[in-house]
Design a protein around this ligand. Structure first.
Ligand code: PXG
Length: 285
């Protein structure tokens, strides 16, 4: 079935959803985006996603040509037009049409693209068995180069890390920062559990401020599980009792092997399972 896509200021057929080859999003990866879930017709943590989008845009001096509430209406209209109940929204703001030069400030108006589609969830089996990850040699963006908190259309270093994972037969790659501390996975935040305490790298270690991450921290604390934000090194991941990732696409998923080391007993642990269940209940509540 052909989708209805929001393009600039209206819904168009998928076949007509086209942007200029002079859009700097294409020429330079210049733009920002969000990936958002819809559970049972409700948009998950929509405010937080909108806030992150507008903050990312502000930092790269991209003016989103719509208020938050107008953009929110456009997202709801796109969801309704595509009859999405359990699905995924990709909200993209491009720098807009410019010329072949780098200067973004000559681009007249930012482009808005909204895609709402059903998604194929990872098979349940993957959540039961857990994933294999590797350490990437490609590091996360240096914060003085491109702040990792910006959810930009520039994912090349994460893509290089993902290629390393695929080459080694793993599902995900763990990325470190310029100082060697754990930052995050290529599209997910990292958590480990040791002696019943949850540890996750601080955002300052070089990760995106994950919205799933924040929800899982709150859910863990509600279960009286301690969560400590602390710089982690590779050793901490190898010797933890449990290891899981959080993200919009993966939700909460256990890691059972890293760089050839078995994590815990080789299956997603009890706290990981509990948090996955709590997350599922929360998302659908
Ligand atoms: N780190 C990075 C680098 C990300 O891109 C996350 C962490 C998790 O954040 P949220 O807010 O989703 O909990 C992301 C998530 C997708 C997709 O298809 C998502 C992301 C990137 C690429 C694809 O869901 N971002």
């Amino acid at each position: 079935m052909s989708l209805k896509i929001w393009l600039r200021d209206k819904l168009v057929d998928e076949k007509d959803a086209k942007i200029s080859v002079f859009d700097h999003a294409l020429l330079y990866g210049d733009g920002v985006f969000e990936g958002i879930r819809i559970y049972g017709g409700k948009i998950f943590e929509f405010e937080a996603h909108l806030d992150r989008l507008y903050n990312s845009a502000k930092v790269i001096r991209l003016v989103i040509p719509m208020s938050k509430s107008a953009l929110s209406d456009a997202v709801y209209k796109t969801v309704e037009a595509n009859h999405v109940v359990d699905g995924y929204i990709r909200l993209i703001v491009t720098r807009g049409t410019g010329d072949l030069g780098l200067n973004p400030l000559i681009c007249k108006e930012a482009g808005i693209i909204i895609i709402a589609d059903n998604i194929q969830l990872y098979p349940e089996e993957l959540y039961e068995k857990g994933l294999k990850v590797i350490s990437a040699t490609a590091i996360r963006n240096h914060p003085l180069s491109l702040p990792p908190q910006i959810k930009s259309l520039n994912y090349l270093n994460n893509i290089l890390a993902k290629i390393e994972a695929v080459d080694k037969g793993a599902s995900e790659a763990i990325m470190y920062n310029h100082e060697g501390y754990v930052a995050e996975a290529t599209g997910d935040n990292v958590f480990v559990i040791k002696n019943g305490v949850i540890y996750t790298p601080p955002i300052q270690a070089g990760s995106l401020e994950g919205i799933t991450r924040a929800a899982v921290i709150r859910l863990a604390q509600a279960e009286n599980i301690r969560v400590i934000e602390k710089n982690l090194v590779q050793f901490d991941l190898y010797v933890c009792d449990e290891f899981f990732l959080t993200g919009t696409a993966a939700e909460v998923i256990g890691i059972v092997e890293m760089d050839g080391r078995v994590i815990g007993d080789g299956t997603p642990g009890p706290i990981t399972r509990l948090l996955r269940k709590k997350f599922d209940e929360y998302a659908r509540s």
